[in-house]
Design a protein around this ligand. Structure first.
Ligand code: GLN
Ligand code: ZN
Length: 737
């Protein structure tokens, strides 16, 4: 019976890694200085875990950018376009692109907000280990050993690596399993040769639905690695959910230890019982939540652990997943409201919980007797509200009369460039250099400029530009009761980019209108309709740490009710169009298909609850910034918005046809240009995209807009692109006759 965690935050208590890496990119420090910072951070993590009482400390959880990228480099699976570079230049070029060489694609790591760099594999991929001095897990293992610590190097498991890679059409990355296993075999032999006792092979891909062929590959992989005569003992770590049919496969393998997540995957307990337990094996029991910020329910964790002890040879108490997804240290927070701090645990506190659970198992329950218990929170009774609007056609007719928009109406997604002046005004207000009146004047000046610009360009439905918003979730979280902000609660999102998600800890209510002042001010400057702009309930949850003492569906309803009141106030103040953004709708989709319907039911229900209180004449828009809808395509229509804008510039409009085929029958605004790049496409390009869309959608349902908000762009290119967009819309409109 010992203790471990599967991974730990690597950015440093004060985001030292971000600062050092960005200084390196800017040429202010050299590679040796970057390495010195990195080495100090690794040491801090290892010694911190050891001193907290963790018996089995992981290593190779550090990364200069991303652990999948590290694996790609370790395996030499580097795409040809980076081959002329080496060392850190190649590494960071893969992460960020360099001199016209595009970076690897970046995508979400399972259902988290962490993004990894997607390996590009194909028939020509040849895996190969570097010279021993370049084998990162080996180097870091030795580094820890010099500090007197025996650690467990963490590797991405071979199956997960292949399943997360992309390949040319028609090529199955699992065809590379055998050559990949040869390299893993060599790696394990080398690690054993260096004295490594245990390795951790992360296979989170097992928490999602897997085909028989994939389970066969899993079986084959660990049979091949298991039979090696010289290798460290293997911990196959799974996390983010139940592993279902993969559990019997791992139970039959030669892995000496298996890691199971009992927080996100409570079904793993049954699964374990169903295979008759693991009587001669070690189980790393994920009992402390690595994904959320709440203190563990220690008595409950203890009884799960006690049950597990009857099922397996040995229990190691652990975190449910690597602690990468929670902030580092609660002790750094000084401004949390009373009663909230006692309910929270960040990475450092979670480590203490792991140690405490293990001690209580050995010494008895009295060990946790003086720990605060998790106080139950109040639950607001859900109001019974009818969340249906009237017939879509009747609404469309009413809105046609009220808004009098041309076919192919033009608009934008909400934000305009966040200029240096806007950011400075915000910083000045925070630092007390200017007062609220001066700040608000600066915002009104910016709104004036954005409205005048849009009128001059000739857009049909205007926006106020969102200058007052730092972030689309935080802005609302700061104004809603039931949400708290942290000062230092940074979590890595990708590379050097860190976010500070707000904490949704109690019943959500709206003490006062949140956006009405700005929207009505903007509307007072123009006769054209200005869109009210809100963040939807699903996105408000997806980008926050959310209370876990009631179902997400119940929390989403509370947020929806607050938004419903906000929309009513906007409408009463004269708003004729309101947009409710849901860019995270797809992101919260559960990993397993069996859970999709239940999720979509509450997600769609929350959106409708927020938006169904308006008059027929009020037009509801929504926005999603991705174009591959796949399993949620039916849900887009079920939201029952009057207009949906989506990303389409890079996917060439196929999406519009897919949506129509799925029965979508309302307004649709497929983005006609890509806002991720400063390039301004020609009017002809945009017109072609619109004509293609008109092949499947009638002109009165087609909207013309960019792919997403403009806040990361500069004014010059934004103005040029929007003028071109309006010209393209006019050209196509004219040709309609
Ligand atoms: N209204 C937001 C904006 O324009 C939408 C952002 C998003 O989709 N992520 O910035
Ligand atoms: Zn977007």
């Amino acid at each position: 019976m010992t203790t471990t965690v599967l991974g730990y935050p690597r950015i440093g208590p004060d985001r030292e890694l971000k600062r050092a890496t960005e200084s390196y990119w800017a040429g202010r420090i050299d590679a040796a200085e970057l390495e010195r910072v990195a080495k100090a951070l690794r040491r801090q993590v290892w010694e911190g875990l050891r001193d907290a009482g963790i018996a089995q400390v992981p290593s190779n959880t550090f990364s200069l950018y991303d652990q999948m990228l590290d694996t790609t480099v370790l395996l030499d699976a580097v795409p040809d376009r980076f081959r002329h570079l080496d060392g850190l230049d190649a590494y960071f070029a893969m992460a960020r692109g360099a001199d016209g060489v595009p970076a690897l694609e970046m995508t979400k790591w399972f259902d988290t907000n962490y993004h990894y760099l997607v390996p590009e594999l194909g028939p020509d991929t040849r895996f190969r280990l570097p010279e021993p001095g370049g084998i990162k897990p080996l180097v870091e293992y030795r580094e820890a050993r010099e500090l007197g610590m025996e650690t467990r190097p963490v590797l991405i498991g071979p199956l997960t690596y292949l399943l997360l890679a992309k390949a040319p059409q028609g090529f199955n990355t699992l065809d590379l399993l055998n050559p990949l296993l040869e390299v893993y075999a060599e790696l394990l032999e080398r690690l054993a040769g260096a004295g490594v006792q245990w390795v951790q092979l992360d296979e989170p891909a097992l928490a999602a639905d897997r085909t028989d062929a994939e389970l066969g590959a899993l079986q084959h992989a660990y049979e091949r690695l298991g039979e090696l005569t010289s290798r460290p003992r293997m911990l196959v770590a799974t996390y983010f959910g139940d592993i279902g049919a993969a559990l019997p496969v791992l139970a039959d393998s030669k892995a000496e230890a298996i890691g199971l997540d009992f927080v996100a995957g409570p079904g793993n307990l049954e699964g374990l019982a169903a295979v008759g337990g693991l009587p001669r094996r070690t189980l790393v029991a994920g009992l402390v939540d690595g994904r959320n910020v709440w203190r563990a329910d220690l008595p409950a964790a203890l009884s799960t652990a006690a049950t597990l002890m009857g099922l397996v040879g040995d229990v190691v108490v652990g975190s449910s997943c690597p602690l990468l997804h929670v902030p580092l240290d609660l002790d750094a927070e000084t401004g949390l409201e009373d009663g909230l701090r006692e309910r929270l645990a960040f990475a450092r506190q979670k480590v203490d919980e792991v140690v405490l659970i293990s001690r209580a198992l050995k010494e008895g329950r009295h060990v946790i007797a003086d720990q605060p218990s998790r106080a139950p929170q109040n639950r607001a009774a859900p109001n019974e509200i009818d969340a249906t609007r009237t017939d879509r056609a009747a609404r469309a007719a009413a809105q046609r009369d009220a808004l009098r928009l041309p076919p192919l109406a033009t608009t934008t997604i909400g934000s305009f460039p966040q200029t240096a002046e806007v950011r400075k005004a915000r910083a000045d207000l925070r630092a007390g250099r200017i007062d609220t009146a001066a700040y608000e004047q600066a915002m009104r000046d910016e709104i004036d400029r954005v409205i005048a610009l849009q009128e001059d360009i000739g857009l049909d439905v205007l926006v106020h530009g969102e200058p007052e918003r730092n972030d689309m979730v935080q802005y609302f979280a700061e104004q809603l009761d039931g949400y708290a902000a942290t000062e230092h609660g940074w979590v890595q999102s990708y590379g050097t980019r860190c976010v500070r998600p707000p904490i949704l800890h109690g019943d959500v209510t709206r003490p006062a209108p949140m956006t009405v002042r700005w929207t009505t001010y903007a509307q007072s400057r123009t006769a054209r309709p200005v869109k009210g702009m809100l963040t939807g309930p699903v996105t408000m949850l997806a980008w926050s740490f959310v209370r876990d003492d009631q179902p997400l569906a119940a929390t989403a309803r509370q947020v929806a009710l607050a938004l419903r009141d906000e929309i009513a106030d906007l409408e009463a103040a004269g708003a004729r169009v309101v947009q409710v953004d849901e860019p995270a709708l797809r992101e919260l989709l559960p990993l397993r298909r069996a859970d999709h319907d239940a999720y979509l039911a509450w997600a769609v229900g929350a959106f409708r609850l927020a938006t169904s209180g308006v008059a027929d004449t009020t037009q509801i828009h929504t926005h999603m910034c991705y174009s591959e809808f796949g399993e949620i395509i039916g849900a887009i229509g079920a939201l029952d918005a009057d207009v949906t804008s989506v990303e389409a510039a890079r996917s060439h409009m196929e999406l519009v046809a897919d949506l129509e085929a799925a029965g979508y029958a309302a307004g649709i605004g497929p983005g006609v240009y890509d806002i991720h790049s400063p390039r301004v496409p020609a009017a002809g390009e945009m017109a072609t995209a619109l004509r293609r869309a008109l092949g499947v959608v009638p002109p009165d349902r087609l909207w013309v807009n960019p792919d997403c908000g403009l806040k990361t762009r500069g004014y010059a290119e934004t103005e040029a692109a929007l003028r071109t967009m309006v010209a393209a819309a006019r050209e196509v409109r004219a040709s309609l006759g």
